[in-house]
Design a protein around this ligand. Structure first.
Ligand SMILES: C[S@@+](CC[C@H](N)C(=O)[O-])C[C@H]1O[C@@H](n2cnc3c(N)ncnc32)[C@H](O)[C@@H]1O
Length: 286
């Protein structure tokens, strides 16, 4: 697997779905990524146009639901961690994640964005073009996770491995091999006890519902064609076993439906949960 020379297109699709949630979906809002639209740059009109024109189309509905649920889940847990004293946040495969530029509590949090070099460079251009300043609290860590070296690169960027952190890994594991998953989990599992990891993963076919399977049948070949093939699907018990083997205890391992409060599914729009993407939160054991 060679390191891509082009930026990730799935990162753009994910940000477009978060931006579109604020435009085409109703109430209650699940997640307010108020910078996502600006980060789409010259692609905004085209990508948001699809969501506007086909807002009830099941694949786009499914995409928006997945993106906003996992972001809400993650930022809620991150906020709890920060309230408990955590001040370092590592975003693995950050794409156009905008937390570092949007979060009110950001002055108390050092954010380390890890991504493929080409995607990270493009993101920084998107930020500049949108007039969004890079705060001093954000550090960019260009790294292909297939190359290993996560711990060393984080340390070079100023990460303090002696203190616990929160790490997120959203929309990435499906694009990686089992070898890279294990190497990355080994590196995160070696961080200070109490460090929390939040990661999502694609369920294997037999655990998907009909909506999840429809989405997978359409999206997996499409992303493969643009050079970002799904490589790994995982069952919840496989994920739990992997995490335990790398020194974690599993705190939550939930499907999309349970990843947000039940009241948020009482909606006036087309969003509904599907079984395709699950999310797990685990803590490095002492
Ligand atoms: C679907 S996007 C998700 C982006 C972001 N986490 C989000 O939720 O919007 C996948 C991200 O994973 C990154 N990625 C994929 N393979 C990677 C690798 N081997 N090393 C580092 N980052 C990788 C891509 O560059 C891209 O930013």
């Amino acid at each position: 697997m060679s390191t891509p020379s082009q930026h990730s297109h799935t990162a753009l699709m994910a940000a477009a779905a978060r931006a579109a949630h604020l435009i085409v979906d109703g109430q209650p809002t699940i997640f307010a990524d108020t910078l996502a639209e600006a980060l789409l740059g010259s692609s905004a009109e085209e990508l948001l146009g699809y969501h506007r024109a086909h807002h009830d189309e099941p694949i786009l509905v499914n995409l928006r639901a997945q993106m906003v649920c996992r972001s809400r889940f993650t930022e809620e847990r991150l906020a709890a961690g920060v309230a408990a004293g955590i001040d370092q946040y590592v975003i693995l495969g950050a794409g156009l994640d905008s937390l570092a530029y949007r979060w009110q509590r950001v002055d108390r949090l050092r954010v380390f964005e890890v991504d493929q070099p080409a995607t990270q460079q493009w993101k920084r251009q998107q930020l500049a073009q949108a007039g969004i300043a890079e705060p001093e609290t954000v550090s960019f860590v260009p790294l292909d996770l297939n190359d290993g070296q996560l711990a060393a690169k984080l340390s070079n960027a100023g990460f303090d491995a002696s203190r616990p952190a929160v790490a997120s890994w959203l929309g990435v594991t499906m694009y990686l091999s089992q070898t890279t998953l294990d190497a990355t989990l080994a590196a995160v599992g070696d961080l200070a006890p109490g460090t929390e990891l939040i990661m999502d993963y694609v369920l294997p076919k037999h655990l998907r519902d009909a909506a999840g399977q429809r989405y997978a049948e359409l999206i997996a070949p499409a992303v493969s064609e643009i050079g970002e093939p799904w490589r790994t699907c995982l069952a919840p018990d496989e994920v739990a076993a992997m995490l335990q083997a790398h020194g974690f205890e599993v705190l939550e391992n939930v499907g999309q439906s349970d990843s947000i409060g039940a009241e948020l599914w009482n909606r006036d729009d087309a969003l509904y949960p599907s079984e395709l993407l699950s999310i797990v939160r685990a803590r490095v054991r002492s």
